[in-house]
Design a protein around this ligand. Structure first.
Ligand code: FEO
Ligand code: CA
Ligand code: CA
Ligand code: CA
Length: 565
């Protein structure tokens, strides 16, 4: 679809030009502030961040984590609480006192683990600016060491038992949490993505089993050397520990004492986000992407039904997981992952979800990132961010990845967004129709398929769509995590950016450009919709301090105080 010429646009702002400026660039009439940055204390007894050292384990445990990503805004009777993922860390700033940012001591590991996870904090608007409320009873840090209940089919299974947890019911921590979800019953979902790279094996004879290879687990030194200070990251000592990660975790942001719950019924893979919608028949539907080249798109349907005002707290512990199969004729179907279809037990499906999906012949995808469901229409969208290897080599133990269906380009440097419309306006239906909402590309460089679809032009072009969220008005916000070289195939595309689309007309306009080398990801809106919060992850110039780059959440608003767009 291309922009209709005769309708007034719903995107009533002056489009921002692509730029490589090391700042936040917004349309005329909009402004931004930093809400919170890595290292900001959530409690007044924490020391202020020492950027020369990156602080200590003790200071980090009381401070906002690093590399903020997905987030949600909660309204609790006029008090506002935000939950924000801290996906991974920037070693050179976190470990500024170590050569090349390499952790050397047990306290370095403690700090590194505490910079991961989720930051929960009360926020309030004072003098026209949103601030963190230090010492709020809601403030909480969830880290790689926080105790969490294992729920669902994998609970108590032999494969999740460890020497510290012989019952297989209590995991420690969450990390590499990328996208998120928010339930209508007021909980936060945080999504474990690249959990694999935090493990290593001290025993040279340890062989990584095929089931772990499929998830990218390797015996080599861990990403941040956690195994140096904590034996559970040593595969030769705790071979089951990786089976306890790669899940969706449900958190009650209003109860800082509540144990987070790992929802194994939603499968184990490199979770991007968890888009929750309630189907017309009351079942909870959660759409889930597995962000790896040649992996799959999933759907969870709860066994129970959502009840307004009822006890919905265990709806995500039981249900059926499905995986998407796209056919060439713009039709598709959801294939159930059950003992009958896979020959695996329910626990095995929950733990080795990728293997189950391969057994039923699901469609390999170009890295499914965020899914967004339209609040005004029964349809959903998923960013397929890019795929340089499509048709070249499958993921370890995975499937061939031909360029077909919603993944039509062999060397997919730019990415695309697929849309599906469930049959009979029912998110639990077995079948759907699909099309491509947009193929990103560069029409300034290419005049073939790599120029992108008709709704991409030299003025609004972008690459690697990743973050994706509908606002309450039904506009679709697209955030990028791509190539920011601004040259070659990406000439004229500038830094990573945020665009907004009218899904009815296909019109797409650039709303924001982020600072140097950052990724733009995660979005939430204040209760009155006059502020939009956005994550700026791993900036690489001098933003926002003028010297040390800091991952930060920004608050965007209109100068006239009206609602965003
Ligand atoms: Fe952490 Fe798939 O992005
Ligand atoms: Ca990221
Ligand atoms: Ca992402
Ligand atoms: Ca990405």
């Amino acid at each position: 679809a291309v922009a209709a010429n005769h309708k007034p646009t719903r995107l009533a702002f002056d489009m921002v030009k692509a730029t490589t400026a090391d700042t936040i660039t917004l349309p005329k009439g909009y402004k931004w502030d930093v809400l919170v940055s890595w290292g900001d204390p959530l409690w007044s007894n924490a020391p202020t961040l020492n950027t020369a050292t990156g602080g200590t384990g003790a200071s980090q445990e009381l401070a906002f984590g690093d590399n903020n990503d997905g987030m949600a805004f909660f309204n609790a009777n006029g008090r506002y609480v935000m939950a924000i993922n801290n996906e991974y860390v920037n070693p050179k700033t976190l470990h500024a006192n170590r050569e090349d940012g390499v952790p050397m001591t047990a306290d370095d590991v403690r700090k590194n683990k505490a910079a991961h996870g989720v930051s929960i904090m009360e926020v309030a608007k004072r003098g026209g600016k949103w601030n963190v409320v230090q010492d709020s009873m809601y403030n909480r840090r969830i880290t790689a060491d926080t105790e969490m209940e294992i729920t669902g089919p994998a609970r108590g299974h032999d494969l999740v038992k460890t020497s510290a947890d012989p019952e297989g019911v209590l995991a420690k921590g969450t990390w590499n949490n990328c996208g998120q979800g928010q339930t209508p019953w007021g909980t936060y979902l945080t999504c474990e993505e690249n959990f694999n790279s935090y493990f290593a094996a001290s025993d040279g004879s340890y062989k990584v089993p095929a089931e772990l290879k499929r998830y990218g687990v390797s015996a080599k030194t861990g990403r941040y050397k956690w195994e140096m200070a904590d034996e559970r990251f040593d595969l030769s000592k705790e071979p089951n520990e990786p089976n306890r990660f790669g899940y969706i975790v449900e958190i009650d942001p209003m109860n800082p004492n509540a144990r987070p719950k790992k929802r194994t019924a939603l499968g184990r893979f490199k979770h991007e986000n968890a888009e929750v919608t309630i189907a017309a028949n009351g079942h909870v539907v959660v759409y889930l992407g597995d962000d790896e080249r040649g992996e799959f798109l999933y759907r969870f349907v709860s066994k129970g039904k959502y009840q307004v005002g009822g006890d919905n707290s265990e709806l995500l512990s039981e249900g059926t997981l499905y995986v998407a199969k796209f056919h060439e004729n713009n039709k598709g179907e959801w294939l159930a992952l059950t003992p009958e279809t896979t020959g695996m037990t329910e626990a095995d499906i929950a733990i080795h979800t990728r293997l189950a999906a391969s057994k039923v012949g699901a469609t390999t995808m170009d890295r499914p990132e965020w899914v967004a469901a339209n609040p005004n229409k029964v349809e959903a969208y998923c960013c397929l961010t890019n795929n340089k290897n499509r048709g070249v080599k499958p993921n370890a133990g995975g499937d061939e990845t031909p360029a077909v269906g919603p993944n039509p380009r062999v060397k997919n440097k730019f990415g695309q967004i697929v849309r599906w419309e469930p049959m009979n306006e029912d998110h639990t239906a077995a079948k759907f129709d699909w099309d491509l909402f947009v193929l990103a590309g560069n029409p300034a460089v290419f005049d073939d398929a790599y120029a992108g679809s008709a709704n991409v032009n030299k003025d609004n072009m972008f690459n690697s769509p990743d973050g994706l969220k509908f606002d309450r008005n039904g506009l679709l916000w697209i955030q990028t995590d791509g190539n920011y070289s601004n040259e070659g195939d990406f000439a004229g595309q500038g830094n990573n950016q945020m665009l907004v689309a009218d899904t009815e007309t296909g019109e797409i306009k650039r709303f924001m450009v982020g600072p140097t080398k950052c990724e733009v990801t995660g979005a939430a809106w204040s209760a009155d919709h006059t502020t939009m919060f956005v994550s700026i992850q791993h900036p690489g110039g001098t933003w926002p301090t003028g010297s040390t780059p800091l991952s930060s959440v920004i608050a965007i608003s209109r100068e006239d105080g009206e609602m965003i767009v």
